[in-house]
Design a protein around this ligand. Structure first.
Ligand code: SAH
Ligand code: SF4
Length: 337
């Protein structure tokens, strides 16, 4: 569903009053109406126009995969405008959180070596509507079960800051109380380290969370794992984060995928500890999830525990992420259409 600005313009051009925009958003986002026939508060003639010109959702479900325990639901979605496919994932955590992981692009140009999306290459940016509709899709889906979406993470396919404007517009749309009204504090943007995006975000005045995919505290190794590190070196990345923290006073999180024998050595744990010491940050260790076409292996549990213990000696808060959805290829890094 389009955002309030777009709808206002649409109705103005069609010669209808602006309050129709609020009404339509309310019908879809709050009442859960999925087709115009059910919106009896709109004039019949207007419903015909809307039906022809403005689909309620810009994407449609092609396939659903469910984890056997019901904790994860992955959907393959088809973009109505050109048939491109993307994936979005719903995670149902034991603590009650209902988190949607959304894609921001079809494919990704960054090409991280351990990521299935990176293997696909880049096709196109998603529109703000296609991004926000992944959340709306699950909101509508969960209504039948009496559940609500609580969180959104931009950790699906694509690099959000390579599609900055659409991503920010989607965030504002999702946040809009006339639409879904999701708290900005409950949304997390994850970037492979696009410095310009981090600096821009610092000036948005939004309470969203920022996650940075670090994966190595050392430039040389980081560059091997993530080619984008050559364009945005670690020093520049750290300066941008420091600028961001000064501006927003918000805690950033660093993502660190644990690859056996590659970036899980104790010496790197010390380097990571030194790098993060004193920063307003949190480190998330992500045990590597299997993807085709590379030789990486997940670090052993002992190495992960030891790595974590060492980083903690630098007074850096650190946790190991529980990865849901590996069985259905829905975990971090496994999304590819
Ligand atoms: N493009 C953004 C967001 C999407 S990826 C980014 O890179 O930050 C979400 C997270 O999953 C990132 O931290 C990414 O590095 C991580 N990831 C990618 N492939 C993975 C894999 N095979 N196993 C575990 N985590 C992976
Ligand atoms: Fe793109 Fe993120 Fe995958 Fe890297 S990890 S290839 S940035 S989606």
């Amino acid at each position: 569903m389009r955002d309030h600005d777009d709808l206002k313009q649409f109705f103005a051009e069609a010669g209808h009053p602006a309050f129709r925009a609020d009404q339509l958003l309310r019908d879809v986002c709050k009442r859960g109406a999925t087709n115009y026939e059910d919106m009896s508060n709109l004039p019949v003639s207007l419903r015909e126009v809307l039906k022809a010109q403005l689909p309620v959702l810009s994407i449609e479900e092609k396939e659903v995969s469910l984890a056997p325990d019901g904790s994860v639901r992955k959907v393959l979605l088809r973009c109505k405008k050109d048939g491109k496919k993307i994936e979005a994932v719903l995670m149902r955590f034991d603590d009650g959180r209902r988190t949607v992981c959304v894609s921001s692009q079809v494919g990704c140009a960054v090409g991280c070596k351990f990521c299935a999306t990176g293997k696909m290459g880049f096709t196109r940016n998603l529109t703000y509507e296609e991004i926000a509709d992944q959340v709306l899709f699950f909101v509508l889906d969960l209504k039948d079960y009496g559940e609500e979406i609580t969180n959104v993470v931009f950790m699906g396919m694509g690099e959000p800051f390579n599609n900055y404007d659409n991503v920010m517009r989607a965030v504002r749309h999702l946040n809009d109380s006339r639409a879904l009204g999701l708290g900005a504090r409950n949304m997390t943007l994850s970037t492979a380290g696009v410095v310009s995006g981090i600096l821009k975000l610092a000036d948005e005045g939004l309470q969203v969370n920022l996650a940075i995919s670090l994966h190595s505290p050392i430039q040389k190794l980081r560059e091997k794992l993530m080619p984008i590190a050559a364009k945005y070196p670690l020093d520049d990345l750290m300066s941008a984060v420091s600028e961001y923290t000064k501006e927003t006073h918000r805690r950033v999180s660093y993502e660190y995928v644990m690859l056996a024998g590659i970036n899980d050595d104790v010496s790197l744990a010390h380097e990571l500890g030194k790098l993060c010491k004193g920063q307003l940050c949190h480190v998330n260790l992500i045990p590597y999830n299997f993807t085709k076409g590379n030789r990486f292996k997940r670090s052993a549990q002992d190495s992960i525990d030891e790595f974590k213990r060492i980083v903690e000696t630098y007074n850096v808060p650190i946790t190991v992420r529980v990865s849901l959805g590996q069985g259905i290829d829905a975990a971090c890094g496994q999304l590819a259409s």
